[in-house]
Write a protein that binds this ligand. Structure first.
Ligand SMILES: C[S@@+](CC[C@H](N)C(=O)[O-])C[C@H]1O[C@@H](n2cnc3c(N)ncnc32)[C@H](O)[C@@H]1O
Length: 276
């Protein structure tokens, strides 16, 4: 492990595999995912022929330790799997990660937990997305959980490709912290062009950072709407202990029912909710 890796990862003594060391906010993200998988179980059962899939393009190691409390918990693919398996299992679970060690740890943990139909793809999301979408049933019900660390790892082309499927719900983690620190550099390096093509039409970088960030999020949201997505008004703004901006958690679906579900999933303080 490099120094950077050893700050972020450690070996879990219970299985000898890598686990990630994270901040407490990860718990919130997983609570919402768990609740969403739970609340959509009756819908999933209706897709017994064409199937229902869970897709996690930035799957991580499958296990985390929360730095401040020492609590060990499941990573997102395990959260989704365990929540679905008893009464409305996903017919396939697709995991991918650019880091092959993370991917291998996650795949092993899913297997040890009893998941059978797991398909693992190593590589950046902009490449794995095509390989995965080719294998999805066009009439199936799909949920993609997109949780990269950075804006640079979330090109809009990934969302476009997923969005070609008729029933592809998206839960997306957009790093506000990244934009807070780097929005100008991201504009110069072409990161914003990939994240939200055409952003210059809507974002004024001469404005205060919080205004420019908000304009960018609204524009990105409009790109999803142009693809036929209804983007929940309940965009959750998750902040850290010192109220520092961390990320926005966004639900997009082509079905208005999903928005209703998201309303039930969201259980945050009103000031953490951005209403458009
Ligand atoms: C925040 S972690 C994922 C945590 C996981 N979703 C969870 O909740 O347990 C982000 C993961 O994205 C991976 N990653 C970073 N850039 C990527 C890219 N361009 N494509 C795919 N994976 C990437 C990292 O290796 C890391 O495992």
């Amino acid at each position: 492990m490099t120094k950077r890796d050893s700050d972020r990862y450690e070996i879990d003594p219970s299985d000898g595999l890598r686990r990630e060391i994270v901040g407490g906010w990860s718990v919130d993200k997983h609570k919402r995912l768990k609740r969403y998988v739970d609340i959509t179980r009756a819908t999933r059962r209706k897709f017994d022929k064409s199937g229902s899939t869970y897709i996690d393009l930035y799957c991580g190691t499958g296990r985390l330790r929360i730095k401040s409390t020492g609590e060990v918990s499941d990573g997102s693919p395990l959260v989704a799997y365990r929540q679905s398996e008893s009464d409305s299992p996903f017919s396939q679970i697709h995991i991918a990660d650019v880091d092959s060690e993370n991917l291998a740890a996650c795949a092993s943990r899913l297997e040890m937990a009893g998941a059978e139909s797991v398909i693992a793809q190593s590589g950046p999301a902009n490449e794995t997305v095509s390989r995965i979408c080719r294998r999805l049933h066009p009439s199936g019900l799909h949920l993609a959980f997109l949780d990269p660390y950075s804006i640079g790892a979330l090109p809009f082309s990934v969302l476009q490709e997923l969005g070609e499927l008729r029933r592809m719900d998206l839960i997306v983690h957009v790093s506000e912290m990244d934009l807070q620190r780097n929005i100008i550099a991201m504009a110069q390096d072409g990161v914003l062009d990939r994240f939200a093509p055409g952003w210059e039409r809507a974002v004024d970088l001469n404005q205060r950072n919080d205004v420019a960030k908000r304009q960018l999020l609204e524009y990105w949201r409009s790109l999803l709407s142009a693809m036929g997505y209804l983007v929940s008004d309940n965009i959750e703004r998750v902040t850290g202990q010192k109220n520092q901006p961390l990320y926005w958690l966004v639900l997009a679906s082509k079905n208005s029912l999903a928005d209703k579900f998201w309303g039930q999933v969201s259980n945050v303080e009103p000031q953490m909710r951005l209403t458009f």
